[in-house]
Design a protein around this ligand. Structure first.
Ligand SMILES: *Cc1c(COP(=O)(O)O)cnc(C)c1O
Length: 383
């Protein structure tokens, strides 16, 4: 054999019985088949064997299987980000002429997709009050196919009565999707509470270090998985094995990170709640958070992200000055990593409420709480 052919021979020469504690990073688009008769192009690789890297290499399928195991899902698909997970669910459950429901408190880009891409495809997505509970039954129509829950909501942190919404939805034959990013898929048991499809931005707690973007879509049953799979294939939602490897590493420390983040979050939120310039603290574990009693009933813990509002006498410019004066807290979007972050939502839109530039969202990281409180305290100096 010519040396040039030897260069291209894919069969391994080194021993393959290396038993690492880390999942190998498998790269590859093409899958090599043993014979023509077994060539397939099937997204169900976990059942039917590998067919094409687009549907995941073993690194991605390992991550999918682990997320499914942790969430008690039927099966999980890994996608390029949380927003891609949201898109996959919409396209699996809605078609031209469908009506869907999404809470006012949903992640902004979810609502943007509803008002942009989906409206253009004649899919009507109606926003609803996240605290409506069983009252949501009045909003279902003949053509309603999907209702989203996101609990707690983004920025305003409303905890939803998901079991009541599930009961109402299923009585009308409507599927329930949950954005379970806040709970990292573990502090709220989506499938025990009847949800059909649960997604999370693995970008947040599973990644855990602000260095990757990934999402997961978990099906509670085979029917949901069969609805999602063909759309996953058609949209071509390929993920990088390197990112999956980082997410698998993140899973190993998820429990200890969540423990510390919960304790730090509670300490910082409690300090803010006692500050004279602060109006409300929207932290699920505090009674001032809308839906707190539902959180107590349905969740096993709280996470790192929460918001607070300043009293009316604090001018919007003073809120900007406060955030700019923070030193330990960095100014940034996203959350779930090891760094503390702060950001103002100047134009947050919620029906019947104007926050007037006085709502700040915090993500606590792994810095000791006394340093975070000292930082908030110096930045509030004079307020
Ligand atoms: C961040 C986030 C997403 C989107 O995740 P990306 O990976 O950034 O696309 C979706 N839902 C919620 C609640 C989020 O906070």
């Amino acid at each position: 054999m010519d040396w040039r052919t030897k260069l291209l021979k894919p069969a391994p020469l080194a021993r393959q019985d290396y038993q690492s504690l880390a999942t190998p990073v498998f790269r590859g688009s093409t899958v090599v088949f043993d014979s023509q008769s077994v060539v397939t192009d099937d997204w169900r690789q976990a059942e039917n064997g590998y067919s094409y890297g687009l549907y995941g290499t073993p690194t991605a399928l390992e991550l999918a299987a682990r997320i499914a195991q942790i969430e008690n899902a039927f099966q999980t698909l890994i996608v390029p980000g949380g927003q891609a997970a949201i898109a996959l669910i919409y396209f699996a459950y809605c078609q031209a002429g469908s009506h869907a429901l999404v809470p006012h408190s949903a992640y902004g880009p979810n609502k943007a997709m509803a008002e942009g891409l989906l409206r253009g495809l004649n899919i009507e997505v109606e926003a609803y009050d996240p605290l409506i509970g069983a009252g949501v039954a009045d909003l279902f129509r003949e053509n309603t196919t999907l209702i989203w829950c996101e609990s707690p909501g983004s920025v305003t942190m409303e905890i939803q009565d998901v079991p009541a919404i599930v009961d109402a939805a299923h009585a009308h034959g409507v599927a329930v999707a949950l954005d379970n990013t806040y709970s990292a898929g573990v502090m709220f048991d989506a499938f025990a509470h009847g949800v059909d499809v649960s997604m999370q931005a693995l970008t947040k707690y599973v990644g855990g270090h602000s260095d990757l973007l990934l999402g997961s879509v978990s099906a509670g049953n085979e029917g949901a998985f069969e609805k999602l799979g063909p759309v996953y294939q058609q949209l071509g939602l390929a993920v990088s094995p390197d990112d999956c490897s980082l997410a698998l590493r993140g899973l190993q420390t998820l429990a200890v990170r969540l423990d510390v983040l919960e304790r730090t979050g509670l300490e910082v939120a409690g300090w803010l709640a006692d500050h004279p310039a602060v109006e409300d603290v929207y932290h699920p574990a505090l009674p001032s958070c809308p839906g707190h009693s539902v959180w107590k009933r349905d969740f096993t813990g709280s996470a790192s992200v929460f918001s607070f509002t300043f009293k009316d006498q604090v001018a919007p410019q003073q809120v900007v000055d406060f955030v700019n004066a923070l030193a330990v807290f960095k100014i940034g979007l996203s959350w779930g990593g090891v760094h503390s972050l702060a950001v103002i939502y100047p134009d947050l839109e919620r029906p019947g409420r104007d926050f007037g530039g006085r709502i700040v969202r915090l993500n606590v990281g792994l810095e000791p709480p006394q340093d975070l409180i000292a930082d908030l305290s110096q930045a509030m100096n004079g307020l």
